[in-house]
Ligand binder design. Structure first.
Ligand SMILES: CC(=O)N[C@H]1[C@@H](OP(=O)(O)OP(=O)(O)OC[C@H]2O[C@@H](n3ccc(=O)[nH]c3=O)[C@H](O)[C@@H]2O)O[C@H](CO)[C@H](O)[C@@H]1O
Ligand SMILES: [Mn+2]
Length: 349
């Protein structure tokens, strides 16, 4: 019985030979087919190169001539657009040469407003020298250094078309007054003396480490605060939560938490913004309240109702205190470590 079953389950020899021949035949055919495809691809590539040599590569779109170009301006590990369809800028989402070229044709005048009051003058040199190496290189830039110590502004070698204007401001007893007064002094100074197309507001306690180029320019650009861009739910953003303050944002509202240490835009849009925040903080003062993160709170309130036209990733302001995670491919500018208690007129946080 056992041997019968065994014999019945066995495939006859002729059928076995046919089956093996069919498999071998298929393999040979597949191999030839694949080699032919390879052959055609190589031929197509050679003729494409020959065509480009004869007639110039510009006859084809960059995506065809260099397929990598298409892929190099994509990131899939991070959001690259906001839900109001503004670009969210990360390394790998733009071609630096193309984008600088577009803006250079317009040759914009760029103003940078930085404050160096009290002991913060020590940061001016590092900020300016590193900006000369990385910030909008080859563009026209004027740094407006607001300080209570004009003599403390060091000599720094500047590139062509780049200048420093020193603007005197009073000393302060509280650091909170300095950061808040940035809105006031920016308003007054834009009114009086700033001639520019774009204006940046920046913290001085920072160093540029890598390219910070024209991809940052737009009508209103804001930078995601490094501390809250990834794992923080909107209700945990450190917005002003007291309804008595003009910077109040109710629970359930908000898009992002933006830093006040780097932000920019068209001069006229920035003027509207700083003036609005200045007036709002004056209202707060009358009501004996100061927003939890001073001008940063007012900025966040403004940007909630007047959406930025570009949002920049935390590459555009990192901090030397924090480890650089995988999604930050390039640190363009970073806040320095500092002894808060020593550098601020009224100590710590
Ligand atoms: C990375 C970031 O989000 N930074 C913000 C944060 O703390 P920061 O710890 O970065 O604030 P900070 O001490 O750097 O002060 C902001 C800036 O104000 C200027 N300054 C300040 C004090 C002083 O005595 N003299 C002087 O010149 C200086 O340009 C400095 O860079 O909170 C501040 C307000 O609470 C501002 O919103 C900063 O933009
Ligand atoms: Mn700072």
């Amino acid at each position: 019985m056992t041997s019968q079953v065994h014999r019945e389950g066995k495939i006859p020899k002729t059928e076995r030979v046919c089956f093996v021949s069919a498999v071998v035949g298929l393999c040979v055919y597949q191999y030839r087919f694949i080699s032919e495809i390879k052959c055609w691809t190589i031929l197509a590539d050679i003729s494409k190169k020959a065509y480009a040599n004869l007639f110039g590569a510009e006859t084809e779109s960059p995506a065809v001539v260099n397929p990598n170009l298409y892929f190099s301006t994509r990131r899939t590990d991070v959001a690259t657009v906001t839900n109001w369809n503004a670009p969210l800028v990360w390394e790998g989402t733009f071609d630096p040469i193309v984008i600088d070229d577009i803006y250079k044709k317009m040759d914009p005048r760029v103003a940078v407003v930085v404050f160096a009051v009290g002991k913060y003058t020590r940061f001016i040199k590092g900020f300016l020298e590193s900006a000369e190496n990385h910030f909008l290189v080859d563009f026209r830039v004027t740094y407006y250094v607001f300080t209570d110590n004009a003599k403390g502004v060091p000599q720094v070698a500047l590139g062509k078309g780049r200048n420093i204007t020193v603007v005197p401001v009073p000393s302060a007893n509280r650091w909170q007054d300095v950061v808040l007064s940035r809105m006031k002094w920016a308003t007054i100074t834009i009114d009086k003396q700033v001639g520019a197309d774009y204006l940046f507001m920046m913290d001085i306690d920072s160093i540029f480490y890598n390219r910070f180029g024209a991809e940052s320019l737009s009508r209103l650009s804001a930078v995601l605060h490094r501390g809250y861009y990834k794992n923080t739910k909107r209700n945990r953003f450190p917005y002003e939560r007291r309804p008595q303050s003009k910077a109040y944002i109710p629970a359930g509202e908000g898009d992002y938490y933006y830093t006040a240490a780097v932000w920019s835009g068209y001069l006229e849009d920035m003027y509207k913004l700083v003036k609005h925040c200045y007036f709002q903080s004056e209202e707060d003062k009358k009501n004996n309240i100061e927003a939890v993160w001073q001008e940063e709170s007012h900025l966040n309130k403004y940007l909630l109702y007047n959406k930025p036209t570009k949002v920049l990733s935390p590459e555009y302001l990192w901090s030397d205190y924090d480890k650089v995670p995988l999604d930050i491919k390039v640190v363009r500018i970073s806040q320095l470590r500092k002894n808060y208690a020593e550098v601020r007129p009224n100590g710590g946080h």
